[in-house]
Structures are given as C-alpha cells and as structure tokens.
Design a protein around this ligand. Structure first.
Ligand SMILES: [Fe+2]
Length: 384
C-alpha cells in the first residue's frame, strides 16, 4: 500500500527532476570526496565490515511470498552463516542457524521447501518450525538430555514490508523500524507482500562487495561501461534521494516532462517511481521488463575473501506467469547476468586487481556522485 506521505514524496521528487531537466542541471553535493583505496580490500577493515555491518545489521534475506504457508522454509548461506528462515503454524516467521544441537550437522540444503520437521541427516534428530527439538533418535539408549535447552539457535527475525529480515548474530538486537526509518513506507509502496510472482533467481560472483555496491549507486558509468547493452539510451546524470543510509537513484530524464502540467492527483505513481532503490548495506531494486511490471531485486553479500562477493538476482513480476512469460523472463535474466557479470563485475574485479598493485592511494567521488559519498560516509560512521 502506498501511504499519502510516500505519494507526496514521489511526486515532489518527480517535480524536482522536471525543474532540473528544464534548467539542464542536477542536484550536486557540496564537494568532491576522496576515500583511501585501503577501504576496499584491506583484510582487517573488511573483516570488521563483515562482523559489524553484515552480522549486526538487519539483512533483507527474502520475500514473504517465498514462504507464504506454515511449514515453508528458505535456507541460505550468508557470509558463512547457514540460515533457515521458516514460517510456523502460528504464521510467524522465525529464523535459526541451520545446525543440529547434537553434533552440529547442517539440517537442510540451501533452497526453499516445506516441512513440519527438520530432520538432521546425521543422526535424525528432529526439530519443528519453532526450532524446538521434538525427536531424539533411540532416546531410550541416549541418556539424559534436556530437550528444552537443545532447540535450534534462533536468529533475530522480522517480517516487514513483505520482506524477510534477519540479523546473523544470535541474541543481537533486531530493530527493523529503526533500521528502515521513513524508508519503510517507500518500500511499502512496492507491495512486496502480495502483489508479485517470483520468477526465480540466479547468482553471480563478483568483486569486493563495495566495488560492486558502488556500481549500484552509479549512473555516471551507464552510457560508457554499458555501451554495448542498454547504456546508449541512458543518462549519465544521477539524482539521489536518501532516507538514512537507504537511497533512491533516478536519472536526469526528459521522460518526466510530460507530467509538468498534470495535477498531482492525476499522476500515476507507477510512471514516476522508477530508478534504482537501495537498501543499506546490500540490496538494489531495479526494473525488470517482464509482464505488466517487473522488478530485479539484487542481494549482494561479501564472499569468503575481501576481493570477492556473491550477488543473488531475484526476479519478480506482477503478471501471473504463463509459459511464454517464463520464457521471456529466462531470456531477460540471461541478459542481466551478462550485463552485471561481463560489464559491471568484470570491471570491478579488474579494479580490485589494480588496487592490489598499490599504485593509487585514493579514489575520487565527484559532486555528481553523492550516492557513493553517502554510502561510504555512512559505512565509515558505522565502523568508527
Ligand atoms: Fe553498471
């Protein structure tokens, strides 16, 4: 559902873009910014990012529509933490470390499924969707065990805006409202909870996660790096809006001029809510031209080493998929795999290799690259 406030903000942003297009300008931040190159792949700094940012911040790990019914679950490996997210018989979403209390085996493989019992493949101990240990194999032989203390290890979890949020540290705080702030109503505008059909996902290995994320917040490069794909039709002049660390990036685009004289209450928000929407520290929401409307939601995670990352691209459409639509989705997904893998991440991996030479001590962000500035500044604050 779109709140009045979200509607007001979307229209104000469109009107501001129209003014800028008429003037031939974009909003600029006060100054250029330099950041030390060591911020990217320095081992010690990167380990702190994983511990403080990725293991303490609520991460968007999935969509409510992926586990709609009691018993449904999704299992993932996120920065080395194996997670099960599951919906209980009470409808509530919980998540657990995917690890048996007996001797630590992984209970289920990564992926989605539905079950009322997670049975450990090692010795067949059983847990329900609330993480309670409900079955000890050959219990008459095993000896004394207090099953009430041997449930799965819970992780702080929330379901909000039709999305599934998890903090990867047991016992840590989960304050999803504080994390999202005013951005929650902007996410609510997308109706993730009930509007969309999933068209699957695909994974792409990439460079250092910040080199990848810089690209998601960057329209400056689009006509150049993507000259052979979708770049030539795009503006290289971005316009940023921020809600705390979460940002929207739109383009200096003449396409909005047609709304100049349209009264606010006659504007179809679907026509002005485009661009790239990010969720700090690791999600990008962009268009996916399949069905009446589609979205590509990319989840970016640090890989096992500072110079690697893994991205899960999730594809959604609001049109009930038939075979033809699924075929189109497959082709379009293959195109985005190519663009991100062979253009964005190919470049990012080479940047990472260049960083290792030590030839440059700092990188630059221009006044027109306020999104990258906001991201790196916020990250620094969080780590300070
Ligand atoms: Fe790009």
């Amino acid at each position: 559902m779109t709140s009045d406030s979200a509607r007001t903000q979307l229209i104000a942003q469109a009107r501001r873009t129209i003014e800028h297009v008429e003037q031939g300008t974009i909003p600029l931040v006060d100054d250029t910014m330099t950041i030390p190159v060591s911020r990217y792949q320095d081992q010690e700094r990167w380990a702190r990012e994983v511990d403080i940012v990725f293991k303490r911040t609520p991460l968007m790990l999935g969509f409510s529509i992926e586990i709609p019914n009691p018993g449904d679950y999704k299992a993932m490996d996120v920065v080395g933490v194996k997670v099960i997210i599951t919906r209980g018989v009470d409808g509530q979403v919980r998540s657990f470390v995917n690890m048996c209390s007996h001797r630590g085996a992984q209970l289920v493989d990564e992926g989605t499924g539905s079950t009322r019992r997670f049975a450990c493949p090692y010795h067949n101990w059983n847990y329900d969707n609330e993480g309670t240990l409900v079955g000890v194999t050959n219990r008459q032989d095993f000896g004394e065990v207090d099953t009430s203390c041997l449930g799965l290890t819970p992780l702080p979890t929330a379901e909000r805006c039709g999305l599934l949020w998890v903090v990867l540290t047991p016992g840590a705080e989960m304050d999803i409202d504080a994390h999202l702030g005013g951005y929650a109503e902007m996410l609510d505008h997308f109706d993730f909870g009930d509007r969309w059909y999933s068209l699957g996902n695909q994974q792409i290995p990439g460079p250092n996660w910040k080199l990848a994320y810089d690209g998601y917040l960057d329209f400056y490069h689009i006509p150049f790096l993507h000259r052979d794909t979708f770049g030539p039709d795009f503006s290289s002049r971005p316009i940023y809006d921020a809600w705390g660390p979460h940002q929207r990036m739109t383009a200096f685009s003449e396409s909005l001029l047609k709304f100049k004289d349209v009264p606010d209450d006659e504007i179809d928000l679907e026509l002005i809510d485009g661009g790239v929407w990010t969720i700090f520290p690791h999600v990008s929401i962009a268009g996916f031209p399949v069905g009446n409307r589609g979205l590509m939601v990319s989840q970016l995670f640090p890989g096992p080493t500072p110079d690697t990352s893994i991205t899960i691209q999730n594809f959604l459409t609001d049109t009930e998929p038939d075979d033809e639509l699924r075929e189109l989705a497959k082709k379009t997904a293959a195109f985005y795999d190519h663009v991100v893998r062979d253009e964005d991440y190919f470049t990012g991996i080479r940047i990472g290799q260049n960083i290792e030479t030590g030839a440059k001590s700092q990188f630059l962000f221009g006044r027109n690259e306020g999104g990258g500035q906001t991201f790196h500044r916020y990250l620094d604050q969080l780590l300070a």
